[in-house]
Design a protein around this ligand. Structure first.
Ligand SMILES: C[S@@+](CC[C@H](N)C(=O)[O-])C[C@H]1O[C@@H](n2cnc3c(N)ncnc32)[C@H](O)[C@@H]1O
Length: 213
C-alpha cells in the first residue's frame, strides 16, 4: 500500500541506502521462480530492517516467516561476529532456495533455518532474543507475541510486518476475514500491554516497532 504520493516515495528511495547487489539478485530470482513474490520485504523495507538491526547489534535474532530469505539476510547485517539468527518457515519447498542464498552469504555460519510451524518450533529454541521479526500468517500474530514476550531480553525489539493490512484495519471487517480480525486484536494488544512500548510506522504495509521494557 502507498501511504505517500509516488513522487515522495521515489525521492525517499533515491536518498536512502541502496540495495546490495546480492539481495537484488535474490529479489529478482524470487520474482522469476517463486509464487507470491510480493511477500518479500523488498529494497526499502529491507534497508530499514538492516539499519534497525545494525543499531541494536543483536546477539540473537528470531524471524518468523523466512520466505526466500531476503529479510533474514537484511537482519543478519546487524549481527555481531558471535550472533545467531534463527529463521522459521512452514513451507518446506522454500528450503533449497533459502539455503542457496544463506550459504553464499557472509552469514552462512550465523543463520539457523527451521522448517515447520512456528508455534511448535519457537518453544524449542532455548535462547533469549534481542530482536524478533514477525512476518508470517496474520491470524497467529497474537499467539506469536504471547510465545516470544517471555523469551525477550530487556530492551529487546519486536518488529511486526503488515499491521495495517492494506488499510483494512480501519474499514468495516467482514465476518470471514480472519487476518484483519487478528491484526486488530494484535495492534490493540501491543498498544495496551504494559511490558512493552509500541509505535506503528506507516512503512509499506505498516511496520510495528515494539521495545520490551
Ligand atoms: C510474508 S512471507 C515472509 C517474507 C519474508 N520475511 C521477507 O520479507 O522476505 C510469510 C512466510 O510465512 C510463512 N508461514 C506461514 N505460516 C507459517 C507458520 N505457521 N509457521 C511458520 N511460517 C509460516 C509462509 O510460508 C511465508 O513464506
Amino acid at each position: 500500500m502507498h501511504f505517500l504520493p509516488e513522487a515522495i516515495d521515489q525521492y525517499i528511495l533515491e536518498h536512502s541506502a541502496k540495495e546490495p547487489e546480492f539481495l537484488a539478485k535474490l529479489n529478482r530470482e524470487t520474482n522469476q521462480k517463486v509464487l507470491q513474490p510480493r511477500m518479500l520485504s523488498g529494497n526499502y523495507q529491507g534497508r530499514i530492517l538492516s539499519l534497525i538491526s545494525k543499531i541494536i547489534a543483536p546477539k540473537t535474532i528470531l524471524e518468523i516467516g523466512t520466505y526466500t530469505g531476503y529479510s533474514a539476510l537484511c537482519l543478519a547485517e546487524g549481527l555481531p561476529k558471535e550472533g545467531i539468527l534463527h529463521t522459521i518457515d512452514i513451507n518446506e519447498e522454500l528450503y533449497d532456495f533459502q539455503q542457496k542464498y544463506f550459504q553464499a552469504s557472509e552469514y552462512k555460519n550465523q543463520i539457523k533455518q527451521y522448517i515447520g510451524d512456528a508455534q511448535e518450533i519457537i518453544p524449542q529454541i532455548e535462547e533469549k532474543f534481542d530482536l524478533v521479526f514477525i512476518d508470517a500468517d496474520k491470524p497467529n500474530y497474537p499467539a506469536y507475541f504471547d510465545l516470544i514476550i517471555e523469551k525477550m531480553n530487556p530492551g529487546g525489539v519486536i518488529l511486526s510486518d503488515n499491521v495495517l493490512w492494506s488499510g483494512k484495519v480501519v474499514e468495516p471487517v467482514k465476518a470471514e476475514d480472519e487476518s484483519t480480525q487478528a491484526l486488530l486484536k494484535y495492534n490493540k494488544m501491543l498498544a495496551e500491554d504494559e511490558r512493552v512500548e509500541t509505535v506503528i510506522l506507516p512503512i509499506r504495509d505498516g511496520l510495528t516497532l515494539t521495545r520490551v521494557k
